[in-house]
Design a binder for this molecule. Sequence first.
Ligand code: ADP
Ligand code: GLC
Length: 503
Amino acid sequence: MKSRTTPRLNLLFASSEAQPLIKTGGLADVAGSLPLALSQLGHDVRLVLPAYPQAVNRAIPLTTAATLELPGYDGSVRILEGRLKDSVPLYLIDAPGLLDRPGNPYTDASGSDWRDNAQRFALFCHAIVVIALNRAGLSWRPDLVHCNDWQTGLVPALLASEDSRPASVFTIHNLAYQGVFNRTTFDQLELPNALWSHQGLEFHDNFSFIKGGLAFADWITTVSPTYAREILASALGYGLEGLLQHRSERLEGVLNGIDYSVWDPASDPAIPQHYDAATFSLKKINKLHLQREVGLPENEHALLFGHIGRLVAQKGVDLILQILPGLLRLADTQLIILGSGDPGLERFLRQECGKHPDKIATVIGYDEPLAHRIEAGCDLFLMPSRFEPCGLNQLYSLRYGTVPIVHRTGGLADTVINATPRNLLNGSATGFVFDRPDVESLWRTIDSAIDFHKRPEIWWQKLAINGMQQDYSWDRSAQHYVEIYQKAIDHPAPNPLAKRTPR
Ligand code: ADP
Ligand code: GLC
């Protein structure tokens, strides 16, 4: 249903990944579902993405909607048009030689960043700007462009100097990734010289894509209210806290939602046994299947811990590795880890798993259906992230009645309610939350979770079912975005460079 207070908006949603076309992490989940939620509110939203071969294959049928000449690229760039999930109009930017790389969108087969990422995503940004200004021949003018993460950061900066421009919103999904390159790269890209300034894209003598979003967007959002506060301080501001403080009146946290048509244990095609809050006891059938699938002993009474994620320092997987000796000493506990990323961590995990096949299963790689079965089969989900802008796995865990154990940071702090005696009594508890990202705190919390599990079964069921009943659907978040879009349209931000050139 369309919200009554806002008119129908034309929205261009720009992202470097979107599920089910291409995914490396949570940004893809967001870009694959928020546009649909916005369109269900009655807005004309269109998604723009690079035409990676994988995305093209999954988006077929496609037609060529336009052909463009863009700065910094010798050939012609095509805009391929299709639909996301048979619904939202989709534009794929096809630039042979630059954007058509197979595999991971950002890295080569060895895991190193593509050397020409600045050229690749600058071209993507130029294409978005041309569409945003209705100069691509698509006969469509967006009221607002919603940019996501550094790969789209140049868009607000390039739009700022245009007289008749759409509004812009820039969402920070993870401030740790900024798209920083050197001055030579800035020069090679032939960007307007005026952008090379402290108020512009310059960042400690380097050139920052993300500053384009942070300094020039009409409104900035990030993916949870707590992270919106955390990035104002140096620990998680990565040197951008000053700029963010300066813009804090236009910075808001909007919690991600999740797509319950994809993540619902009552209908999930990837899991062997469907269940819901009323049939919670059926969940253990998924545990038995999962144990068999990953080679752990089948034991419905074993307390099964799970972890899924990119194997990077952010996610605190090293903390999980440090509690392994403790877990191994306990009878009837098992752990399954699914992840890929840091080669050292991958190697270490493989070795540890090999030593304890009756207790730990490690699957190195990226496996979406297995991720669903882990959410369905585990009792507890470990998320000791050092920082977490929002986090989606704890939301999936809640929905699947898999009790999350999380560090109180970012979106984890905003979505998991600690099982204190008080919260248990008043019925608000949904998981276990610890305050410091260190081994002692994690272990203490795991210990209390294990103790809690020894209580009469009804206690555990109540905690898990309370999690299942939380509502993190996109609808509310999408309405919040629409309010922000309207503010951005009604109150455009002044160009930060304009006051530097008084006449
Ligand atoms: P981030 O975006 O920082 O990686 P999120 O929790 O927001 O963290 O989202 C991660 C998403 O990627 C989730 O949908 C998760 O299930 C998925 N994911 C991460 N690693 C894997 C993997 N190895 N296999 C399958 N899915 C994965
Ligand atoms: C980022 C963050 C994660 C968030 C996701 C989607 O990758 O690390 O916390 O959930 O983006 O917004």
